[in-house]
Design a protein around this ligand. Structure first.
Ligand SMILES: *Cc1c(COP(=O)(O)O)cnc(C)c1O
Length: 353
């Protein structure tokens, strides 16, 4: 057998606790975003937890292929596609039971009679959806055809400190809903739940990153969220760099003294940001230690001087305590979304209790 060198573990308990807390604050069940391989955690692992969670109504994906893959897992809960499929993909998706986004009369007319639609309203994100003045007619047509299940919009700034625009978006959405029969309405992403709380008339909420344990800094105290993923990789080699020698590409880092180095099997091709070079730290043998020299494609080097480290030992890159994916994002000049979804295919996804 050949084994992966890096492992991303998803804590079911952490995910379950986050989902419960978010659903309570939103006051409604969740439509859990599992796009991009469940924010890098592994679609099947997360779908399995969500399938048995009482606060999860359904699962949301970004692409038709994701919808197909999720439907094939038989999650036992509704699957909602959030972006427009090609016209030719609609019949198959409808047959799979996937709920489809609709934003035009043409799309509304083209749905097969057994389809279920979620009217997408563009209240200010300017990405997808019908403008409010057109959405009402589309929604009414979907209702006439008996295929209108839900209606939704997406906030552009709900995770920012200034909420004026988010409230404006919500009022526009409410105006549309007032002219439709009752539907499963949903608006808030994670930022919206944390900042706006329970929103009148909403029946579902769609927290993504927050479900996986991260909040924007200014909303960090609103709910006790726990990072769900732990990322570990193995030491593949140990050696000593002599005082004054350089380490890794470009010779950026020089050993200030004879230095015991652990070479670890994780690099930027696995999603560990190359831009974190010079700032990155890891936890090894219970201690916080620096990554030294350029982060490579498949590997990086850690100063483990004085630690009882052996080949095959585990180095922790991020987890729920000590160093988090948020710290790594900061060192890499990016955010948790990009770090989590950027995790490469060589990292094996595992389920943990
Ligand atoms: C990704 C996405 C979400 C989840 O957003 P978070 O910021 O991760 O909470 C919700 N709704 C839509 C339409 C999305 O595309």
């Amino acid at each position: 057998m050949l084994f992966a060198r890096a492992h991303a573990r998803t804590s079911a308990a952490a995910l379950e606790g986050n989902l419960r807390a978010l659903s309570r604050r939103a006051g409604v069940p969740l439509l859990l975003p599992v796009k991009a391989d469940a924010y890098g955690h592994g679609l099947e692992i997360v779908a399995c937890v969500a399938a048995r969670h009482p606060d999860v109504w359904g699962l949301a994906v970004a692409t038709p292929q994701e919808a197909g893959a999720l439907a094939a897992l038989n999650p036992g809960k509704p699957v909602v596609l959030l972006t427009p499929p090609r016209a030719g993909e609609v019949p198959l998706l409808a047959d799979l039971g996937v709920r489809l986004p609709v934003a035009s009369l043409e799309q509304a007319e083209a749905l097969p009679p057994h389809a279920r639609a979620h009217l997408k309203v563009d209240t200010g994100m300017n990405r997808l959806g019908a403008r409010p003045e057109d959405a009402v007619r589309v929604g009414q047509r979907l209702a006439e055809r008996g295929v209108l299940e839900g209606a939704y919009t997406h906030f552009a700034t709900a995770d920012e400190p200034d909420l004026a625009f988010a409230w404006q978006q919500f009022r526009r959405f409410q105006d549309v809903l007032a002219q439709l029969p009752p539907v499963l309405a949903h608006a808030s992403n994670g930022g919206g739940i944390l900042s706006l709380g329970a929103l009148p008339g909403m029946r579902l909420a769609r927290p993504g990153l927050a479900s996986y344990g991260f909040a924007p800094p200014h909303l960090g105290g609103v709910l006790p969220l726990t990072p769900v993923m732990t990322l570990d990789a193995e030491v593949t080699h140990l050696h000593t760099a002599l005082e004054g020698e350089s380490v890794s590409y470009g010779g950026l880092w020089h050993a200030p003294r004879d230095t015991l180095l652990a070479t670890v099997g994780l690099g930027y091709a696995d999603g560990y940001p190359r831009n974190a070079t010079g700032q990155a730290h890891v936890t090894v043998a219970g201690e916080r230690r620096p990554v030294v020299g350029r982060i490579c494609m498949d590997q990086c080097m850690v100063d483990v001087t004085g630690l009882p480290v052996q080949v095959g030992d585990t180095v922790r890159f991020w987890g729920p305590d000590a160093i988090t994916a948020g710290d790594v994002a900061g060192w890499g000049g990016t955010n948790e979304y990009e770090v989590l979804t950027g995790l490469g295919a060589r990292v094996e996804r595992l389920a943990a209790p």
